[in-house]
Ligand binder design. Structure first.
Ligand code: HEC
Length: 120
């Protein structure tokens, strides 16, 4: 009876894959921001929205960027989505927002909303 176990194993694998796919779909329906997942994603934000130094970036010339740490997650999410849609026009933010998925946006919004705001 050894030969009959192979199809059974296959069925189990398929069932497991189906379950995994099912749970992925259900989490996508409700996007919940995970600040821990954002740590790698915010690396590209830090260069411009650095937390120290009065929120200035120095290249190509010194200019100010908005402080995003400590703003509400809803506000940050809405802002990033409007850059992504093109409703807000700043070219570098539009490009950055276009590289972010809904989950990425929820994660970075959760991350920055929890960041303690440095006094200016
Ligand atoms: C190249 C520099 C640069 C990088 C990198 C960058 N930003 Fe920005 N960001 C800006 C500038 C400049 C503005 C102001 C744009 C404007 O006037 O609309 C801005 C605006 C924003 C705003 C709107 C703030 C407000 O108060 O309305 C949010 C939110 C934001 N950035 C989030 C992010 C996130 C999250 C990342 C990383 C995924 C990121 N930014 C990466 C330069 C940058």
């Amino acid at each position: 009876m050894k030969t009959s176990s192979a199809p059974l194993v296959l069925v189990r694998i398929l069932a497991a894959v189906a379950c995994a796919a099912g749970s992925a779909v259900s989490t996508a329906a409700e996007v919940v921001g995970n600040p821990r997942a954002a740590v790698a994603k915010v690396e590209m934000c830090i260069g411009c929205h650095g937390i120290a130094g009065g929120y200035k970036t120095a290249f190509p010339e010194v200019y100010r960027v908005p402080m995003i740490g400590g703003q509400s997650a809803k506000y940050l999410e809405a802002a990033l989505k409007s850059y992504r849609k093109g409703d807000r026009k700043h070219p570098s933010m539009v490009n950055i927002a276009k590289s972010l998925s809904d989950q990425d946006i929820a994660d970075v919004a959760a991350y920055y909303s929890q960041q303690t705001v440095a006094k200016r």
